[in-house]
Design a binder for this molecule. Sequence first.
Ligand SMILES: Nc1ccn([C@@H]2O[C@H](COP(=O)(O)OP(=O)(O)OP(=O)(O)O)[C@@H](O)[C@H]2O)c(=O)n1
Ligand SMILES: [Ca+2]
Length: 504
Amino acid sequence: LLEMKKNPWHSPWVIALAVLIALGIIALVTTAVVQNKPLPKKFKYGIVLDAGSSHTSLYIYEWPAEKQNDTGVVKQLHVCHVKGPGISSYSTDPKRAGASLQECMNEAKVKIPERRHNETPVYLGATAGMRLLRKENSSASDKVLSSVAKSLQSYPFQYHGARIITGQEEGAYGWITVNYLSEKFKQSNGFPSDVPLPLSINTLTPSTMGALDLGGASTQITFVPHEEVVSKDNALDFRLYGNDYKVYTHSFLCYGKDQALKVVLAEQLQENDEDVLVNPCFNKGYTKNMSLSSIYSSPCVSTRRNSSYFFHRGTGNTTQCRESIRKIFNFTGCPWPRCSFNGIYQPQLQGSFGAFSAFYFVMNFLNLTTTTLEVAKEKLAAYCSLSWKDVKQNYPKIKDKYLEEYCFSGTYILTLLEEGYNFTSENWNNIEFIKKIGDSDAGWTLGYMLNLTNLIPAESPAVPPLPHAGYVAMMVLFSLLLVVLFVIGYKCFGRPSCTSQKYT
Ligand SMILES: Nc1ccn([C@@H]2O[C@H](COP(=O)(O)OP(=O)(O)OP(=O)(O)O)[C@@H](O)[C@H]2O)c(=O)n1
Ligand SMILES: [Ca+2]
């Protein structure tokens, strides 16, 4: 009996040690489990079709399901350019609008894992081409939309609608895209998120990047100004990742580069009595027989002329070209403290800007993406003065459709940015001409999907239970404790000092 009482395993010290060791193991396992929840490794997908005035593109986005609230995790997986013109061009044969999307939709079926098809949302947003068609003939635009809707619904994805987005949305989502991709929303304003900010809010919000989008039929300018946006039509309020943003946006319908060209040509024709149009915005030696209906059929053009064809001849003079482009802007009659043009309010430009879509295509072709404004003007003048023969020889691979318009387009862009939006030599280099940020294209589609899929939270997402450093420290501490307990246990084993004397 005495022997049994002396058994060291029955000493309270050893029992206490055993309990502590067990607790240590439980603590270790719990910390590891809480911190490193098993990763499901599940990817989610979304499809957005950008039905622009000149073409349609299908974008597939991908993001890890468990991180979807973080900023910057949604990425473009794939883009497919639909063959043929924009959907508004099928107004006389709407069925073909839906059919035109099939090739890209079939590609999406291959790119997205089959088991994810039924949970993948698909959105179609149509822009200025459809806005113009709706203005002209709303039943035709309805038919085109029904045709594309029917086509999209025949796929195994989750159909979320086909609609014409507003110019405001187009500007806002473009702004969200560039700031999401350049991780501008991650920054904090230095104030706790529940503290109401002083009135001069936009001087305290983290800096963002403005967005400049030039399409075929409309153009958008969107940025966070320092001053209050006094025109309600141009004001947007966002709360993203715990910060408030007061954003200015405006979309100019008919000021996309294809429609602007039609308006310029119509003005030039108006000033010409003959059926020959001598145009300083096209290279010398460029000639083309054009139908007047190609210009007068546009709802952006209000003038009319009787004959059916005209002879278009270039002279390649950028100074004269700029003069004729300037005529489509109205710089008088501003009812606001400040205007861009046509009496539209625009606050003072603020911060850096990302200029994408046709701003990029044209400026990149002309090699003007990184120059000063003065050098851009000089280089453009030199390009415009090249003969059409030389231009064709220098760029044999570029389609005539694009090539013939670069002198006009370059001059239009400089006029729009400098005289329309009031960029100057001083802030010119705040404009960054971009196509992509990382692997994703700059444009409104990503912002549209992030918003409709609730992928951008209003408040900062919750942080993990422990920051990584805290987790490592805890693990080291628990491990050390366990080692110490083992050592004490081992050293104590069988020693009288560790066994209770009152049993003897
Ligand atoms: N490599 C390219 C591709 C396009 N373009 C021109 O860029 C303009 C269209 O730009 P885009 O952003 O694609 O316009 P859409 O989205 O079709 O038009 P919108 O946004 O106004 O609906 C067209 O004039 C087209 O000819 C170009 O110059 N070079
Ligand atoms: Ca567009």
